[in-house]
Write a protein that binds this ligand. Structure first.
Ligand SMILES: [Mn+2]
Length: 355
């Protein structure tokens, strides 16, 4: 079933007669075509894709399941939306309350003069469950990231800076076919590894330190996400103990993953291992988040997630232990949740690698 059809079904069950998609990636989800701005308007039996002259030629070829309309300086996007709504007698419009800026909200309220219904959740809920072709895009992005990792493991040596390794990871992903980064690449080393989202700097890699790399790229808009921590030269007993604890927690998270598991229970399966090893206070973030067109989607595998994970969700499994001022370790895979368990989409090795 087309994504527009899925959205129309969801609108029907919510009693909504019109939905205006403002969010860039939701417009991509609905139409199969990415534009930096524009609008998608969906009615129960019909959909419209509105864009300007910059995109119109490609849009007419690539947009699926919607009529493509070009807006101009004299027939603006808002004029077209107003016309569609008037012609169809629409009095209530679903809007994306999570994406629309307050300024745009005020402007469009003034122009359309109908009631807005908060409807962010319609597409967000549909996007939680990935079709096989969506998972395939995530896998393709992940394989590219793995090629980059493979290369970088041979490239890393003491004396390089975090910035240089970051640049190499990004270059390798691009030259292997990535259409873009899924998020800002993290490569941190030494004491910087105790910051879960540390920023790459001119710190030099040196023997006896951990290097944590968290990166991903995009294929057809779909993101990948992976973290690996490797050591240079040698590790202390404590470094090895922390690494093995994180790995054990990560494997426990994977075993707990299946359709129907409550997000917080999957988190707890991993967190218990870290708490029992005495490092509970050093694992401050949730175990995982869903991944798709956005790098962070719902549902989560976190202590606050009371919802079950549905079959078809792709969720990360990324426990970590961060000892402030000393070092940190995180290991992250992506899991495709299935009825009986989870398909691990990440093939990169995760045993302790000492380069
Ligand atoms: Mn992640």
């Amino acid at each position: 079933m087309s994504n527009i059809k899925k959205i129309q079904q969801a609108m029907l069950s919510e009693g909504l007669d019109a939905l205006w998609l403002y969010d860039e990636l939701d417009r991509l989800y609905a139409s199969g075509f990415l534009t930096s701005d524009g609008a998608v308007v969906i009615l129960p039996e019909k959909a419209y894709f509105i864009t300007d002259s910059r995109y119109i030629e490609a849009a007419r070829l690539e947009v699926r399941d919607a009529e493509v309309i070009m807006c101009t300086n004299t027939d603006r996007e808002s004029d077209i939306i107003k016309r569609i709504l008037n012609e169809n007698g629409i009095t209530e419009l679903g809007v994306q309350d999570g994406s629309l800026s307050y300024r745009e909200y005020l402007r469009m309220q003034g122009i359309l003069d109908i009631s807005f219904v908060p409807s962010q959740n319609i597409t967000a809920a549909l996007r939680e469950i990935k079709e096989r072709c969506e998972v395939d895009n995530i896998v393709r992005a992940q394989r590219i990231a793995e090629k980059a990792l493979d290369f970088v493991l041979g490239f890393i040596k003491p004396g390089l800076t975090e910035r240089e390794v970051t640049a190499e990871i990004e270059y390798q992903m691009t030259r292997n076919g990535a259409e873009g980064l899924a998020f800002e690449t993290i490569c941190v080393t030494g004491a910087n590894t105790s910051r879960p989202h540390g920023v790459p700097s001119d710190n030099k890699l040196k023997s006896g330190d951990f290097v944590t790399m968290d990166f991903g790229c995009k294929i057809n808009g779909y993101c990948s996400d992976m973290t690996r921590t490797v050591a240079l030269g040698s590790v202390t007993g404590e470094m090895r103990r922390v690494y093995e604890t994180v790995l054990e927690a990560q494997l426990a998270g994977e075993r707990a993953a299946h359709a129907g598991v409550i997000g917080r229970d999957m988190d707890k399966a991993a967190r218990d291992i870290i708490e029992n090893a005495g490092y509970g206070e050093y694992f401050g973030h949730g175990l995982g988040h869903s991944v798709g067109l956005y790098i962070h989607e719902s549902p989560n595998a976190s202590p606050r997630e009371g919802r079950p994970l549905p079959a078809g969700t792709v969720v990360t499994n990324e426990p970590g232990i961060y000892l402030p001022g000393k070092f940190g370790v995180r290991i992250e895979d992506m899991l495709h949740i299935t009825k009986d368990g989870a398909e691990n989409l990440t093939k990169a090795p995760k045993n302790l690698i000492i380069l």
